[in-house]
Structure formats: structure tokens, C-alpha cells
Design a protein around this ligand. Sequence first.
Ligand SMILES: Nc1nc2c(ncn2[C@@H]2O[C@H](COP(=O)(O)OP(=O)(O)OP(=O)(O)O)[C@@H](O)[C@H]2O)c(=O)[nH]1
Ligand SMILES: [Mg+2]
Length: 655
Amino acid sequence: MLPRRTLNLGILAHVDAGKTTLTERLLYAAGVIDQIGSVDAGTTQTDSLALERQRGITIKSAVVSFAIGGVTVNLIDTPGHPDFIAEVERVLSVLDGAVLVISAVEGVQPQTRVLMRALQRLRIPVLLFVNKIDRPGADTERVLRAIAGRLSPAVVPMGFTRGLGTRAAAFTPWGEYDTAARARLAEVLAERDERLLAAYVDDELSVPYGRLRRELAAQARRALLHPVFFGSAVTGAGVPPLMTALAELLPAAAGDPDGPVSGRVFKIERGAGGEKVAYVRMFSGTVRARDRLRFDREGRTPEGRGHEGPGQHSKVTAIGVFERGTATPRTSVSAGEIGKLWGLDEVRIGDQIGEPGPAAARHQFAPPTLESVVVARRPGDRAALRVALAQLAEQDPLIGVRQVAGEMSVSLYGEVQKEVIQATLAGDFGIDVTFRETTAIYIERPAGHGEAAELLGAPGNPFPAALGLRVDPALAGSGVAFRLDVGIRTVPMYVYKTTGNFAEMMAHYVGHALQEGLSGWPVTDCAVTMYESGYISPVTTAAHFRKLTPLVLLAALKQAGTVVCEPMIRVSLEIPAETVGAVLAAAARLGGVTGAASPRGDLARLEILLPSARAQDLQRQLPGLTSGEGVAETSFGGYRPVSGPPPARRRTTVA
Ligand SMILES: Nc1nc2c(ncn2[C@@H]2O[C@H](COP(=O)(O)OP(=O)(O)OP(=O)(O)O)[C@@H](O)[C@H]2O)c(=O)[nH]1
Ligand SMILES: [Mg+2]
């Protein structure tokens, strides 16, 4: 018997494209469930939270599994709403492949592009599934053009559709004897394979069909080419060919079950008894019940990493492994599999288990642009609220909690996330909360060059360590880059073991210090170079460098100066032509900048760039302004320097 293969598969899409419905269909087709649940009735396998069922949207990613022949597919259904994008980011780190779902009616939507770009950057193999071909208005030709134009030119349709826009809509895959499609496939494949090109130019028909299919699989598995399927998650059309393709065209998980233990935590939930359950994708090795596991997270300081304090080693008390639907109790979980681990009480989402594995996908999406102070309605709940928010933050990458002057402030992507936090605090913790006004999270960019240094033994230097830092502006959107430019003799090796460690830790200290710039906002889009270092053996410790960093960095920033920039949201509108004037006037009142309006019959399309904190106001006013006819899509629109005196942010009181 051949060994079983595992495919860890993400289902990604713009909100409402049909991910959860498709998941349900796949489970049914694979024989895992014998009745198909519906999102609208709140009966699906993956939208299992009460809030998800009430609202009919996915909020948290969920894992289910099924078998296709000798392949076990662990499917991760993700939320499409942009407020929950951080859930998607965690999942990206554990995927072998993905299905990107696109509605045959709505076509390529803003979030579709955001997701496809991230998948391409990470070189994750992607199959495209054009869903909802049964719905009136389905137009596969238009969607294919949009895919080729806006997502990737490296796509190839895998069959043809009939009866579009009706319940009878069907998809038929191309076969060996569809000569036109076969020629097109050969042509697309030959663009990325010279040997195939040579054979093909020689004699088109001499290339055997089997070779074309193998080449297709090889290119799809290397994310060079994206096969496109069509179907309907509601009627089931096109689902069997998609299933076959998952096994044929996506790569199985690699990894040695006998190798060193390495895995990543991508989801945390609380079990029935309130105990913590960690979802781990294993990259290598085998974890057994009662093993003591080491877990680590990016950015732990060397002081924290060096001594083995609580939280770094924990004993696994129980294991569940995904197979045929949900996780079933097992005594071990191995390379390639997804397991639920009990007993890791200090573990957090994103943590790495055992040896470092593939790098985590980070900063793939725009950061949250809003924040708001959460207030307990009953003053007696204040302490409980602090504990509850800390607990939410550890299982939920979306919630950045800051304590400011005794109050709790959370970072937010939008209103829906805010409502979900409120409902979760009430439902799971019994705490009623309100939110203060939602405000923007600005950023600071260096205005020019700045540098500062503290030398060993210099009068103002409070620590026995030397440090010089240079700050320079970098391209918008590039984030923070740190570079070490000092002689190896100036690095205290008795503390850091290698210059690599030293550089990593300095980068971490710098990143931390940049969280609050001259006006209190995170500083980004800059290059920081460490050009001066010094120590006194054996007096100097890591803590001296850590404490010196914010002092020197702030001095360098003062010299450089910073520009405070406001987050912007791009709102794409489709509204009745006669309402354009009213909508533009409303947008102008909210401080919006308008692009050109393009009329399409009775409808006009326009794009408006709005300060992030105001985008919600426009969406709220839209139904009134357009008699309920207007449709708005939002996406991140970058940062814009503020004019006038820069706003200041209250500083964090507790780290
Ligand atoms: N007609 C038709 N409706 C569909 C199809 N697939 C999904 N729907 C409907 O579209 C709506 C959204 O479906 P979901 O499966 O919740 O979409 P989703 O992508 O999981 O949504 P989020 O997780 O909230 O982003 C529901 O009302 C479904 O019944 C389809 O193939 N045809
Ligand atoms: Mg869903």
C-alpha cells in the first residue's frame, strides 16, 4: 500500500464568495457528511460559532478533513471579511496549497486581489474556483478576462460551462480529444518549459496528452501556473473535477516524521472546560502525548530565550489529529499533519514548536488602521475585562491590546470586528462593554537622515554599553529594515554567542522602540543602521543594550524629524448615476478625495479615498443617499501625510 499523503489546503476568497458552502460540498462529496448544511440556516460544519451562525459570515478559520483516494486533505475555511484578515495571515504559514474562490457574478473583487498577491508572494500553489455559475448574471468569460488582467496572466481554464445562470448550470472538464483546448494548454505550458516548447514547435500533436497533464501538475505545484475551475457550491456542479484536481494538481505536505520536531501554532481555542487547545501544523518530526515541547515566538528577548522560564517547555497532555471530518484522539501527530494539542498552557498563536521551520508569513496585509478604548459598563468588571482582553489577544491575532492611562485600547480593522469583540466579551466572559469613539492609528515616517550615539564611559550614558544608530527614510510601504554595521570585536559574544544573534536581538529592540515615535505613533518605512557598538567584559549584559536602544533611537529620530501620516481607505462605489452629485458632496464633507466617475448605463462607478476613520460614515450614509441602490467595497488605500499640526497619541503605560 502506498503511504497516505496529506494536503493542507486553504480556502480563501472575498467575503460571501462561497467558501463555507464549498467546504460543505466537498465534505459531502467525500462522504464525510451525509447532509449538506447551509450558511443561511446556520447548519454548516465550519461556521460553528454561535456568532457565525447568527450573522452568516465566517469569523474564525476552521479545520475539517476528508480523503481523496490516498490523500488526506486538511481543509482550512477562512473568513473573507476584511476585518478578519489577520486570521488569514496566520493560516498562510501552514498551507501546502490553496483554492481561491471567485464569484461568477461579482467577479474579481478587491479582497480577491489582496489575497492572490499574498499567495503569489509566498509562492503558494493556487487553484481558482469560479463559483455561483448557477446564479443569474453569471458571466464566466468576463470573469476569466478579469482574472487574466487583474490576478495573473498565468492561468488556464480547465473546461467549459453550459446553462450559465440556471440551476442546471454545468461544468465539463476538457479531455484528451478537445484539440483546441489541448493546443492552448500546450502553448501556456511551453511558455515556462523550453523542452516542451521545442517538442511542441516540432510537431504540436507529437506531445502526448499524459506528458501535458504531468507538466501541468508540475507547473501548478510550483505555483507557476493557476488552473481555473468553474462550478456551483450550491448545486454541486463542478465539484467532482475540483476534488480530483486537489489531489492531482496541488503538492502534498513534505517533511520527515523521524526528523527533529518542528511545527507552528495557527489557531488557539478554549475547550469545553476552558482549557487551551492549540492547532499545530507539523513540518517535521513526531510529537507524542506526554512529550515536553519547547515553543518559541518571534521577538522573544535573549534574556527570555536564554533561561528556560515558565511557558517555554510544556507537557502535551492529549492529542487529536484531523481525519475524516474532525480531530480524533491519537497518541501522536507527525510531519505534514495538523493536530490539536492539549496541555500547552502558555502557548500563543503564531508560536513555533521545537526547531525553527519555514518562516512565518508576516506583514502580508495592511495593519489595522483604527483603535478604540473599551470600557466595562459595570465598574466592577474592569479587572475582569483586562484579563479577558489578554485572553482574547492570545488566541486572536486581530486584537492588539494597549493599556493607556489605566484604560484598555484595542486596535481594529473595522466596525464588524468591534461588534464581534463586544459580543464575545458578553457571551464568553459575561462582561458588558461599550467603545469610545473609534480613531485612526497614524504612522510616522522619518523626514530625513538622523543619527545619535552613546559611547562607553561618556558622561550622559547611564549604561556600560556603546550604541550608535542611524535612521534614514525608506520607500513607502517597505516597513522597517535593520542593518548591523560594526566590527565583530565590538559585539559581546559571551552574551550573544554569534553576531547573527546579536543582530537579531538588536533588530528586535529597535522594532520595539519604533512602536512609539516622536508623536507617539509607530514609526515605519525606514532603514536603521547600527554603526557603533561597545561593551565592557564581563559587566555588560543584554539588558544594557535593550535599555540603551530607545534612548539612542529617539535622539536619532529627533534629528531626522518625522512626518505623521493618516491611514486612508479606498472606497469603490457603484451607485445610480443620478446620485453621483449627492454622494460626492457627502464624501467631500468627510474629507474624501475623488477619482474620476465612470458611467455604465444607469450606474456610475467611482473611487473615493477617505481617511480611515471616516470610511464607515460614508458606508452608513450610502443607503440614504442612493435609495438603497449603492454598493460599496473598501480596501486599504495607503498613508497620507497630515497637513497642519500632527495629532499625538497617548503613550502606553504598561508594555
Ligand atoms: N446561488 C449560489 N449561491 C451561493 C453559492 N455559493 C454560496 N452561495 C451563497 O452565498 C452566500 C455566502 O456563502 P458562504 O459560503 O457563507 O460564503 P463565504 O465565502 O464562506 O463567506 P465568508 O466566510 O463570510 O467570507 C450564502 O447565502 C450562500 O448560500 C453558489 O454556488 N450559488
Ligand atoms: Mg465562510
